[in-house]
Design a protein around this ligand. Structure first.
Ligand code: PRP
Length: 211
């Protein structure tokens, strides 16, 4: 049987996840010195580095047993997997934001909202019974209101620096976000003992952080 395979989200969450793995007593030497390699041995596991949405795809299809991915990507992409643990890393918020000092809710025109998260945005405004036009942007969403493409954005805000340095501000917090551990549904039955062992090691680190 192949090693238990864990998909990690590259970038923003990567450093904190590696630090967690080290605290779990896993040898992360190969992962830290990965160069351009995408599949690395970490302790008894095999770690795969992927973009957030792809972490979900690999876990859903069962080619990875476990994934570490932000709640933002989970809410946006739906879930046919188990979400088993909140790592409490990469904490940030989904926010509605726009140019500082403007009253977003004033006026009767249909507002234009730029976002990387159209499903989250749709659900948020449906909850308010408000009709909006959603414009999908792939990154640096803050540009959209600055270029007058949109009236506001729905995006993740961590430190708030990107907003501040671009003359934008949070209008409304939508929901808190943090990194989650997800598990393939079939794998949860077939490799239960190994998965439980991995999760127990995470819980031990979390408990230690609490004392
Ligand atoms: C995210 C997000 C904001 C920024 C928020 O973008 O979309 O732009 O980080 O972080 P801050 O509140 O700490 O400034 P990311 O860096 O992931 O890149 P992207 O915009 O290209 O998606």
């Amino acid at each position: 049987m192949r090693k238990l395979r864990i998909a990690l989200t590259k970038g923003r969450l990567e450093k904190q996840t590696v630090a967690l793995f080290q605290k779990m007593g896993l040898d992360c030497t190969e992962l830290i010195n990965k160069g351009r390699r995408l599949i690395l041995p970490v302790g008894d596991y095999e770690v795969v580095l992927a973009k957030a949405a792809d972490v979900i795809t690999y876990v859903e299809h069962g080619v990875c047993d476990i994934g570490v991915v932000g709640k933002d990507t989970i809410v946006e992409n739906g879930k046919s997997f188990y979400e088993v643990c909140d790592l409490e890393l990469g904490k940030c918020h989904f926010c509605l934001a726009g140019k500082a000092g403007e009253d977003f809710y004033s006026g009767y025109n249909v507002k234009r909202i730029a976002t990387k998260y159209p499903n989250v945005t749709k659900a948020f405004f449906e909850g308010k019974g408000m009709d909006v036009k959603i414009i999908k942007i792939e990154g640096s969403v803050e540009l959209a209101p600055l270029l007058e493409l949109s009236d506001a954005i729905v995006d993740i805000v961590e430190t708030g620096t990107t907003l501040k340095e671009n003359g934008l501000e949070v209008y409304e917090k939508i929901m808190p976000i943090s990194a989650r551990v997800i598990v393939n549904t079939a794998g949860m039955k077939l490799r239960r003992a190994e998965i439980d062992d991995f999760l127990d090691r995470i819980e031990a680190v979390k408990r230690e952080a609490d004392v």
